[in-house]
Design a protein. Structure first.
Length: 305
């Protein structure tokens, strides 16, 4: 079973449904943030935005103006440049975290579901034990252990997502391995590696792109939480959660609202865009069986497509 080839045509249909419209909005928002993250260094080089870690030349606590579009912080940092570069830091951590969880969770799910036996029971026990822990609490605990940094933050985030990929892929594998084409391949003498890579893989990963985007949205919020607690990226790195934590004093004492509004708004919009994109992909890739957060919580075995 492969991804539906009609997806691009449906995205460009003349009379889109509400879900299709939401998908388009999510795709546009996600691409905009990705474009901002890619072009941020170039915009700094040509002088359109300031260096996000320089503050000595800027007046502190200045409201939004033509010189500083989003104002400045109490230390003199340009809020606009830090908000723009914050998207770059968010994408770096999110992409690494989701890829790490994908690389580990998908193969474990396939091996566990296909081989079964004691290995399957052991992996199920371990993954269920990790999955029962709150994601933010688990990430905070791991962040204490591994320390700050892009890779360290990605590792801390990815541990919470591995069981989700494992459970979805494992349930698909258990369902698909009883199909006739799998039994035929086994009867012809195909090795376990060949069966899993050639016959199983494409039939059990339809829901992975959906889960990838939903996890990316959650990773942005979790990274913001780590940064707010001082456990995310190094202090000199522009990061939305850290900037929100630094802006609290100004908001409560001096009414400096712009230092919290713009980083918080950027984080919110990016999460909304990724969530809409994930729900839209869920609708198009597998309309007969939707993978929702409730399905993941209950670990239901998907039906065959």
């Amino acid at each position: 079973m492969t991804l539906r080839l009609s997806l691009p045509r449906r995205l460009l249909s003349a009379r889109p449904s509400l879900s299709l419209q939401m998908t388009r909005i999510g795709l546009v928002i996600t691409l905009c943030f990705l474009l901002i993250a890619i072009t941020a260094p170039m915009l700094q080089t040509i002088g359109l935005i300031q260096n996000p870690i320089e503050f000595l030349d800027n007046p502190p606590s200045q409201p939004p103006s033509l010189q500083h579009w989003f104002g400045t912080t109490s230390l003199g940092y340009d809020v606009f440049s830090r908000t723009v570069f914050g998207s770059q830091a968010a994408w770096q951590v999110v992409i690494l975290a989701t890829l790490l969880s994908l690389i580990i969770g998908v193969p474990l799910g396939m091996v566990s579901g296909y081989l079964g036996g004691r290995l399957d029971r052991l992996l199920l026990f371990l993954m269920d034990a990790v999955y029962t822990l709150p994601g933010l609490l688990l990430s905070v605990t791991l962040a204490f252990v591994v320390g700050r940094g892009v890779l360290n933050a990605a590792i801390a985030l990815s541990i919470a997502y591995i069981p989700q990929y494992y459970r979805v892929v494992r349930n698909h594998t258990v369902s698909v391995k009883t199909e006739m084409f799998i039994e035929a391949a086994q009867a012809l003498g195909a090795s376990t590696w060949r069966v899993m890579t050639r016959y199983l893989f494409l039939n059990v990963v339809q829901s992975v792109p959906v889960l990838l985007t939903l996890n990316a949205a959650d990773a942005v919020l979790t990274l913001g939480g780590l940064g707010f607690l001082g456990l995310g990226l190094p202090e000199e790195t522009p990061e939305w959660g850290h900037d929100l934590q630094q802006a609290l004093n100004g908001l409560s004492t001096g009414g400096i609202w712009w230092t919290t509004l713009f980083p918080g708004l950027a984080m919110t919009v990016m999460v909304v865009g990724l969530s809409l994109l994930g729900e839209g992909l869920n609708e198009f890739i597998n309309p007969a069986q939707r993978v929702s957060l409730t399905d993941l919580d209950q670990a239901k075995s998907p039906t065959e497509g």
